[in-house]
Design a protein around this ligand. Structure first.
Ligand code: NAG
Ligand code: NAG
Ligand code: NAG
Ligand code: NAG
Ligand code: NAG
Ligand code: NAG
Ligand code: NAG
Ligand code: NAG
Ligand code: NAG
Length: 512
């Protein structure tokens, strides 16, 4: 066992207070069966819908695996291998509400080895997905995190990372479930998101506790232990806890021997030295009874003289430092031995920065006026680092700005939105050899523009006179369009400008 950790951060401990409860999935919630052709209803009565309406990339594939217990595993959506590209789902949500995300991955076979790839939510790097161990054991891989939405659409993306494998990412199912505002509300979701490490129902040998017992379909995994397990008729109301645990997680427990502490090694994996969210749930298993004990995690006191009654209670810390293997130690301070019913541990990870809103809106507006655009132009145009949209280059300074557009020879049609003129950090625009039509918008505000290549398109109208006022402009390629009128004099005379106006245009005067 590794040496015990050092606690640095101050822990925030709070006792729970009653709250009004509710039933079922609330607000915007999605159960997507990726790659499926039609909706289906599972044995729990949950309806799963095809993912098609929410994603524009990838293709559906059906697995030829027989006897799957979970029918949503039978199909998947596979994405191409394009390094540094993120493929995103966009799901309309309530801005500023919090969502539980649970993607499921099941590659079907371990040969060839399943791809390894990144998960990204609203521009924030979440984790790398590696399903190799699970698939060898014949099981699916679930990941779970809680994020606060950052806009009207939540984007969930799979990122192709050439550091791992050379095949494209895949996904079988995606759940996005809106949480009640009080659930995990002590976490500052403006700066962090939570990634699940363990959610455990102690003393249980039964099935995973989940929907409909848990109204957000959180999975409470059994944790059998013959020596200490007890069961009880619980007397707990979910609504008495901010985190709304399902009442049935209180019907089993692990109990210490008389006059001895209860020592648990939990969560069952070694953790890297970091801050964690830890919540522990307790309820006396006897009617009208209570017991008092101290809760220590490794060498540090988590809670002193905690009194668990049959009504139940929970204690939690939002930033508790853990490292290596973790021991939970419950030491009695009353006659009845201590017990524990359930627990949750989440890792915390920082919310990533986003492209400044002005640039992101301008890119969305450009996208709307173009057709046949790349299938990865969804999600943040620049972030996370290394995952900008195809053809977009960004500068990650004090603000994150779009500095270059290179959409040359991409087969794009449609027109140029005037909002391209809002991308004021642009130095280069390369749109040559597409099928762009309509006129050249006003680019006066692009005070840093050095190179503008619009040649080999179907642009018409006249050349805006304001182009000549962009001081740094040194390359202007407009040949092979349907432009007309007179070429502005300030462009013909501009010093240091390499210009190509001909052939292909019908200007009323020279140069053509
Ligand atoms: C964990 O990290 C903290 C600060 O980052 C450090 O002070 C402490 O020594 C580390 N503990 C272990 C066990 O590595
Ligand atoms: C939000 O997502 C929906 C469905 O994926 C899409 O139709 C819509 O255009 C998106 N809205 C924005 C602002 O991106
Ligand atoms: C790949 O690994 C290198 C070296 O560790 C790192 O600098 C780079 O950011 C990684 N690329 C991605 C896309 O994660
Ligand atoms: C969390 O929710 C509870 C119940 O609504 C409320 O009493 C409490 O103040 C909230 N805490 C925070 C930090 O928002
Ligand atoms: C459940 O709670 C009620 C009221 O708090 C109490 O009267 C009853 O004895 C309790 N039952 C059990 C099994 O603890
Ligand atoms: C572009 O900038 C103008 C002026 O600042 C603003 O009115 C317009 O809404 C912006 N366009 C977008 C798409 O944000
Ligand atoms: C634009 O991108 C294409 C494809 O990545 C590349 O071949 C070309 O050199 C780029 N154009 C410029 C002007 O950088
Ligand atoms: C123009 O784009 C097409 C694809 O749209 C490509 O096949 C062709 O080679 C490009 N021409 C030049 C000169 O780059
Ligand atoms: C430019 O082309 C568009 C269609 O692509 C057309 O509607 C418009 O009238 C044309 N403008 C001029 C000045 O020819």
């Amino acid at each position: 066992m590794r040496p015990l950790l050092t606690v640095v951060a101050a822990a925030v401990l709070l006792l729970l207070i009653p709250l009004a409860a509710g039933q079922g999935f609330r607000g915007f919630s999605y159960l997507l069966d990726c790659g499926a052709a039609a909706s289906s209803t599972d044995t729990r009565g949950l309806r799963w819908d095809p993912d098609g309406p929410y994603v524009s990339a990838g293709s559906a594939r059906t697995l030829s695996v027989q006897g799957l217990l979970d029918p949503t595993l039978a199909s998947l959506r596979g994405f191409p291998y394009r390094p540094a590209v993120k493929f995103c789902y966009a799901l309309p949500v309530d801005p500023n509400r919090r969502y539980l995300l649970r993607p499921t991955f099941f590659y079907g076979s371990s040969s060839p080895p399943p791809p390894v790839f990144d998960l990204i939510v609203d521009g924030t790097f979440w984790t790398a997905v590696d399903t190799a161990d699970d698939i060898l054991a014949g099981s699916a891989s679930h990941y779970e995190a809680v994020f606060q939405a950052r806009g009207r659409n939540l984007t969930f993306c799979l990122g192709v990372n050439s550091n791992y494998t050379t095949s494209g990412p895949f996904i079988n199912a995606l759940q996005v479930i809106q949480l009640h505002d009080s659930v995990y509300n002590a976490t500052d979701f403006g700066s962090s998101a939570m990634g699940l490490i363990a959610r455990t129902k102690f003393g249980s040998t039964g099935d995973v506790e989940r929907y409909p017992d848990d109204s957000f379909d959180r999975y409470w995994q059994p944790f059998p232990d013959n020596k200490h397990a007890v069961s009880s008729t619980h007397n707990v109301t979910s609504a008495d806890f901010w985190n709304l645990p399902p009442p049935d997680v209180f019907n089993t427990a692990l109990v210490a021997e008389q006059n001895a502490p209860l020592v648990l090694q939990w969560p069952p994996i070694s953790l890297q030295n970091d801050s964690y969210y830890v919540a522990l749930y307790f309820a006396d298993t006897l009617a009208d009874s209570s017991r008092t004990f101290d809760v220590n995690i490794n060498d540090y006191q988590f809670y002193k003289d905690l009194t668990a009654t049959s009504a139940g209670l929970s204690v939690f810390a939002t930033q508790w430092i853990l490292s290596g293997l973790t021991r939970i130690i419950l030491t009695p301070t009353s006659v009845l031995p201590p017990l524990i019913n359930a627990g949750e541990v989440f890792g915390l990870f920082p919310i990533g920065r986003l492209t400044i809103t002005r640039d992101a809106l301008a890119m969305e507006s450009m996208k709307r006026s173009l057709q046949n655009i790349p299938d990865d132009w969804i999600g943040d145009p620049c972030m996370p680092h290394g995952y900008a949209w195809t053809g977009v280059t960004c500068l990650e300074g004090k603000n994150i700005r779009v500095i270059s557009l290179n959409f040359s020879s991409m087969g794009i049609s449609g027109s140029l939105s005037p909002d391209i003129g809002n991308l004021t950090a642009l130095t280069d625009i390369f749109l040559a050899n597409n099928s762009l039509s309509g006129s050249i918008p006003d680019l006066t505000k692009l005070g840093k523009l050095q190179r503008l290549h619009l040649n080999d398109n179907k642009l018409n109208g006249t050349i805006p006179q304001t182009l000549g006022t962009i001081q740094p402009l040194r390359e202007l390629f407009l040949q092979n369009n349907e432009l007309g009128g007179a070429v502005p004099l300030n462009l013909l005379n501009k010093a240091g400008l390499t210009r190509k106006f001909c052939p292909g245009n019908q200007f009323s005067q020279p140069p053509c």
